[in-house]
Ligand binder design. Structure first.
Ligand SMILES: NC(=O)c1ccc[n+]([C@@H]2O[C@H](COP(=O)([O-])OP(=O)(O)OC[C@H]3O[C@@H](n4cnc5c(N)ncnc54)[C@H](OP(=O)(O)O)[C@@H]3O)[C@@H](O)[C@H]2O)c1
Length: 306
């Protein structure tokens, strides 16, 4: 039975991915977390819970990770981290994987051919390029697959977006030159397929997202139609970007505020998309078109404004 060490199970992708790994396929999952009670509450009544091990500790402690990988005889390591220490923690995880002779690495990156792009000043984008390079360089140690999602639909469920749309008609995230969007359930489905067939997906990157890159005008139309009144999207003007920085500065930290601003400056200048070739590969993996952003917006608005 394949055993998957799944990082950030309490985050956006975790819910759907853990469910699919347990329910649709016969896997064991090891869930490292800083807060086990949150994960126990989430999973204890779900089918397949006897194949879940929730381990509380510090993911940045390599000795702790070394022990877990060996104790659980882990086959697949899913690296899915965020934050200011994403690079060093991910590199340490790769070292742990090598030492424990893990057979598969799945790296959650971002969409696009990062190796062909100029270096980014935005840390949480720059780090993905470095990690892809490192994993691909480690050839021979394990089979690997990169997942390249675009902007998650679930970002819009946060209060900083949804509450403001519903209460004030303001969508506070600029899509600039255009952003593709993705349902985390589609990411989860791809993870399940990659775990099931490591050889088929070895040394490949699978971008996951809509072919359409939504502009700020598109976002205004979609949300206005769903809520039944005018919604205005934040534009990537100097003032708009300043307000983004202040928002994330308050929500997370000053350093993260600047980093988010840098990401939106990149989206202002270059669309964040899935290429035609990558899109047809995605449709082949999914066996269908990915979920539509328009349907997601209708669904969450209907839930909040019945
Ligand atoms: N959001 C997007 O639109 C988007 C788009 C493309 C790519 N991505 C990438 O997708 C990945 C997941 O992003 P997300 O926004 O959805 O985050 P997330 O999965 O919601 O991550 C939050 C949780 O992950 C755990 N965690 C992650 N990194 C950690 C660290 N460095 N130290 C300690 N705990 C950590 C913590 O779980 P515990 O509390 O259980 O320990 C934390 O609560 C990131 O690599 C991101 O860059 C995101």
């Amino acid at each position: 039975m394949p055993t998957v060490f799944f990082t950030s199970a309490s985050g956006n992708i975790g819910d759907s991915a853990v469910e699919q790994l347990l329910h649709d396929e016969y896997n064991r999952v090891i869930l490292p977390t800083s807060n086990s009670s949150k994960l126990i509450n989430k999973y204890e009544n779900r089918p397949g819970y006897d194949r879940v091990s929730i381990e509380e500790g510090d993911i940045s402690d390599p000795l702790w990770v070394d022990g877990l990988l060996r104790q659980h005889k882990v086959d697949s390591l899913f690296i899915n981290l965020v934050g200011e220490r994403e690079l060093i923690i991910s590199l340490n995880l790769l070292d742990c994987a090598r030492k424990a002779q893990i057979s598969q690495i799945i790296l959650l990156s971002i969409a696009g051919d990062l190796q062909a792009l100029p270096p980014s000043l935005c840390q949480h984008m720059a780090v993905k390029k470095l990690l892809e390079e490192q994993v691909a360089h480690d050839r021979g140690h394990y089979r690997w697959t990169f997942l390249g999602p675009t902007l998650f639909f679930t970002n819009d469920e946060r209060d900083v977006i949804l509450k403001h749309v519903l209460e004030g008609g303001a969508y506070r995230q600029p899509h600039g030159a255009g952003c593709s969007r993705v349902d985390v359930a589609d990411i989860a489905y791809v993870i399940k397929k990659v775990v099931k067939d490591p050889n088929l997906y070895h040394a490949r990157k699978i971008d996951i997202g809509s072919r359409k890159a939504y502009t700020d005008d598109d976002v205004e139309l979609i949300w206005s139609k769903a809520v039944g009144r005018s919604v205005k999207a934040l534009r990537p003007t100097p003032q708009g970007l300043q307000s983004m920085e202040e928002l994330w500065r308050g929500q997370v930290s000053p350093i993260w505020g600047r980093d988010m601003r840098l990401m939106y400056e990149e989206f202002r200048d270059h669309p964040f998309t899935v290429s035609e070739q990558a899109y047809s590969e995605l449709v082949e993996v999914l066996g269908r078109e990915p979920a539509r952003y328009e349907d997601f917006v209708d669904r969450i608005v209907a839930k909040r404004l019945p």
